[in-house]
Design a binder for this molecule. Structure first.
Ligand code: ZN
Length: 336
């Protein structure tokens, strides 16, 4: 369709609740985009089948076949190794253990595939097509139900020796803090995520705090989420404002650590909770400023992520293109 000579890749963003699939070119232009639900409870085989169905629809929509793709990039939640293509475990995909996800996808679609952590994929998306475009070194964080991250050094995602780098949400902020899903205590995401905000609200209400938060959840304490707290805060609710200030404080503590460790050009912030905006971010940046080295803080630019929900799928597609090019380049000098 006139795009014949374009280099196309397929991005898959596998989440615990949704699967997003897109065919994109090297400039990040999407030729198609398919969105479906992840049947996580039905187990691995059903989820893999759903991925392949979504891929089929995305290819049809773009009027191409799998054979037209240069590569496939797959972003998945949880711990994985991009070198081996194995997804170790994922809190969002119950029952998955050491799944050779890359090889499964490669075999089914007959194209070279690459596996990457979902937050790392989002960081790559922002690197090429979003808020990280002009930066060499930056840190991406996504603050939603948890906190995910990606470390970009010299315009490359840093994945570590076993592929597990960038688990920024599990940096310990309070050694006696709340229990984390990972088994540790007081991780950043137990104090500064949407889940942390809701948990603290429920705790305070059960202790008898007076608040209007429940007005935004039909009176149901279990339905409390970040949006309800934000709405109550905007309407002037004292507890809701206190809770956001508390989350902002911990967000700032973690940001100060990142500023001091990486001295990055930028920290790009995405994820649902960041949509609270200034009410959360301004006090977080102030706390980071109080704690970080002055010169490092002055050198950092805080930016909001630009790609929204497409960062992961575009990043996965771009990561795959990057990898396939690197493979070709390394083969060149010594080709058989
Ligand atoms: Zn943790």
């Amino acid at each position: 369709m006139g795009e014949k000579h374009d280099t196309l890749s397929l991005g898959i963003d596998l989440g615990g609740t949704k699967i997003l699939t897109a065919v994109a070119n090297a400039q990040g232009k999407m030729l198609s985009r398919d969105h479906s639900i992840t049947p996580a409870k039905e187990g691995q085989d059903v989820v893999v089948k759903s991925i392949l169905e979504s891929v089929g629809r995305a290819l049809d929509q773009a009027h191409i076949a799998a054979a037209d793709l240069a590569a496939i990039g797959l972003g998945a939640p949880g711990l994985s190794n991009p070198e081996t293509g194995i997804l170790f475990t994922s809190p969002n995909l119950p029952g998955w253990k050491n799944v050779p996800l890359r090889d499964i996808i490669e075999k089914e679609l007959g194209r070279k595939a690459f596996l990457i952590n979902d937050a790392n994929a989002a960081a790559v998306g922002e690197l090429y097509f979003g808020a990280g475009r002009g930066a060499r070194d930056f840190i991406y964080i996504t603050v939603s139900t948890g906190i995910g991250g990606g470390i970009i050094i010299d315009r490359k995602i840093y994945t570590g020796s076993a592929g597990m780098a960038g688990e920024l949400g599990h940096m310990v902020i309070d050694d006696e803090g709340p229990q984390c899903n990972c088994g540790n205590k007081g991780c950043w995401e137990t104090l500064a995520s949407g889940t942390a905000l809701a948990r603290e609200a429920r705790h305070r209400i059960k202790e008898g705090a007076v608040t209007s938060i429940l007005r935004y959840t039909d009176g149901n304490i279990e339905k409390i989420n970040a949006e309800a707290i934000q709405e109550a805060a905007q309407a002037g609710d004292k507890l809701a404002n206190e809770l956001i200030t508390r989350a902002a404080y911990y967000l700032g503590v973690g940001l100060a650590n990142l500023v001091n460790i990486f001295n990055p050009e930028a920290i790009v912030i995405g994820g649902g909770l960041s949509n609270i905006g200034d009410m959360l971010l301004k006090p977080a940046f102030e706390e980071a400023k109080r704690r970080a080295f002055k010169q490092a803080y002055q050198a950092v630019r805080f930016a909001r992520a630009e790609l929204g929900r497409d960062s992961g799928v575009l990043g996965a597609a771009a990561f795959a293109l990057d990898k396939i090019r690197a493979t070709e380049n390394t083969l060149e000098p010594n080709s058989e």
